[in-house]
Design a binder for this molecule. Structure first.
Ligand code: GCB
Length: 609
């Protein structure tokens, strides 16, 4: 064999045999030196996973050297070679974006789609590093660069990145991603949900260039228990002991220098006597700049405290009523997953118009713009992981998956003053195994961030033999800061008049938060208040529920279900639902329903109290 060819093959085998790289965490990505890879990507829809497994079902990338399949983005060398795929001549989809809303044929598609983006990039200079970053891809992503596997990421709503410094070329890089949105019983979420299983690369993709030692994450917050001391923690990747980190708050005229320990962490405190605390009415943010000798990262952060005392929620030590609404991550005007800053401004703008000071970002981590815009315009947020309904409580991989999604969400949004609640679950059925599972998540959230409230949307029972007496005594409630539950009297449980006759027993001496109530209404359908699916019926449920909730001792806020209609494959009633959950106070055409004003008036009264 020709020697050059032999060395080439050897080199390729060594490169390809390298184990998949581990994920790298890069927070505050919008403030970095980045190159966007958004735009049109060539795609191959691959329902049988032809590009991933051979005809015996064996994955091409399981053996040390990737032996075939679409990951190689291979072009025939001559006309005799059989290659049965071609990214160049395949169709394209927009990234970010789900595939379902971009092509009618893909509306219900659940399977694999291969994405390919070609790019040129200046090779990083010596001492610099390059990463490829994905805001999210639902549900599973296998990522390859130039035929080498970077890794597999599981979980559809959290960011991930891989280092590509040694793999990248100046020209003709081929970044291939197999995205698969098949639902799995042991997944998080599991197979059964009440929202659309949008597949695809649903958030931004970018190249991130960093120095050899870089700031991978940082935490800037009030030192717990104080309102005049800023606590800073900076995490370096590739850190050499002895590196120094400088933190500056230019408008406060404050700065501090901190040493880095052997774990690459710098920690310090800064006295700040004149801080104006963040509130929804006055969402004060401060510029913060973090420097090492090799780089600087900037952000805008607010300072506030969120605590509870007995049955009250306290923002900066003062009682606050949470005037909220639930939101799914969908753009009702364009259709499909919301992902951009504009989408966030539209959705949160509507919440503001309702008079909200709070939103529940249901039922999974929304894109990063949501909490950033909320910081800026002044809306508190409840953020959640998709531990929804009945997942596999005794499967350790399910727990590890949920823990990873939770810790990745906290790592991404820990500097957002707007985020005041971490929610670990929604409507999970009571059992010992489930309570143990959720308690593990609560402990995880508290150990990562003990400064926010922990919650979950629980369920309500009726007293046996007395359907008018509702009881909240889920044992999981002992571990949360809020006693939050969903309640659907007047829709799933009786007619609206039943709402007026409900009484409550709530076991916990904690703030009571109603994380959902509501009713379906087809926007523009008018009838009497007893006609299901009419706007009048929905408005009546709101008119009766709000005063009923007011009678609950400790009622501290609510997030009715939901801001906008959203797609759901469970909602099958022809000509009324047609694949939409229509409990929005805004229709999927963006038009407001009558209930919007009922809620708006209630919140105006609460704000004036
Ligand atoms: C719930 C769920 C939510 C559903 C909603 C409904 O309790 O938490 O995901 O979409 O009810 O419309 O039934």
């Amino acid at each position: 064999m020709n020697k050059t060819l032999w060395y080439f093959l050897l080199g390729f085998a060594v490169l390809a045999a390298a184990p998949a790289r581990s994920e790298v965490a890069i927070a505050d990505v919008f403030a970095r030196h980045t190159t966007s890879l958004n735009g049109k990507w060539h795609v191959i829809v691959d329902p049988y996973d032809t590009g991933y497994i051979d005809y015996r079902g064996k994955p091409y990338d399981e053996s040390p050297k990737i032996s075939g399949g679409f990951a190689l983005d291979h072009h025939p060398k001559d006309k005799t070679e059989l290659v049965e795929y071609n990214f160049d001549t395949s169709t394209t989809l927009k990234v970010p974006g789900d595939w379902n809303s971009q092509d009618d044929k893909l509306l219900y598609y659940e399977g694999s789609v291969w994405y390919r983006k070609k790019f040129d990039v200046k090779k990083p200079e010596a001492g610099r590093r390059l990463f490829v970053y994905f805001g999210a891809a639902n549900y599973e992503a296998d990522v390859y660069l130039n035929g080498v596997k970077l890794g597999k990421h599981i979980g559809g709503y959290t960011p991930f990145a891989y280092e590509i410094t040694s793999l990248v070329r100046e020209t003709g890089n081929s970044l291939v991603v197999r995205v698969n949105n098949v639902r799995h019983p042991e997944g998080v979420p599991t197979t059964n949900t009440d929202w659309w299983n949008y597949g695809g690369i649903t958030r931004d993709v970018m190249l991130v260039e960093e120095p050899a030692t870089f700031i991978s994450n940082f935490l800037v917050r009030l030192k717990p228990g104080t309102t005049n001391t800023i606590e800073v923690r900076v995490q370096l990747d590739g850190a050499a002991r002895g590196n120094a980190v400088t933190v500056k708050f230019p408008s406060l005229n404050l700065s501090a220098e901190m040493a880095v320990d052997e774990n690459g962490v710098a920690h310090g405190e800064i006295e700040a006597s004149n801080l104006v605390l963040w509130t929804p009415e006055h969402p004060t943010l401060y510029n913060v700049e973090i420097f090492t000798s090799a780089e600087s990262v900037k952000d805008r952060v607010g300072f506030r405290t969120i605590t509870t005392s007995g049955r009250k929620v306290l923002l900066n030590g003062k009682p606050v009523f949470l005037r909220g609404i639930c939101i799914h991550e969908e753009n009702p005007r364009r259709g499909g997953r919301a992902w951009s800053e504009d989408d966030a401004r539209m959705l949160l703008g509507w919440a503001k118009e309702l008079g909200c000071n709070f939103v529940r970002l249901a039922h999974y981590p929304h894109n990063e713009h949501m909490a950033r815009v909320a910081d800026e315009i002044g809306i508190m947020c409840w953020e959640e992981v998709p531990v929804y309904w009945t997942i596999h409580w005794t499967d350790s991989s399910t727990l590890a998956n949920a823990q990873k999604q939770l810790s990745d969400l906290i790592a991404r949004d820990q500097n957002r003053a707007s985020v005041v609640v971490w929610s670990v679950a929604n409507e999970t059925p009571i059992s010992e195994a489930r309570t143990k599972f959720l308690k593990t998540l609560v402990d995880e959230a508290r150990s990562l961030d003990g400064t926010r409230l922990i919650s979950a949307a629980m369920e309500v029972d009726s007293e046996p033999g007395n359907p008018l007496h509702k009881i909240v005594d889920d044992p999981f409630g002992q571990y949360t800061d809020l006693c939050s539950f969903n309640e659907y009297t007047g829709w799933y449980d009786g007619l609206p008049e039943k709402i007026d006759r409900i009484s409550w027993s709530i076991k916990y001496d904690k703030p009571v938060f109603i994380s959902e109530f509501g009713a379906d209404a087809k926007q523009g359908m008018h009838a009497d208040a007893l006609t299901r699916f009419s706007e009048e019926y929905q408005a009546d449920v709101y008119k009766r529920t709000l005063p009923m909730l007011e009678k609950i001792p400790g009622f501290s806020g609510c997030t009715p279900w939901i801001l906008c209609d959203f797609r759901s494959p469970r909602r099958l009633l022809p000509e009324i639902q047609d694949g939409w959950n229509i409990k929005g106070v805004i229709g999927h055409d963006g038009k407001k329903k009558m209930a919007f004003n009922v809620l708006k008036n209630f919140y105006a009264e609460k704000a004036a109290e």
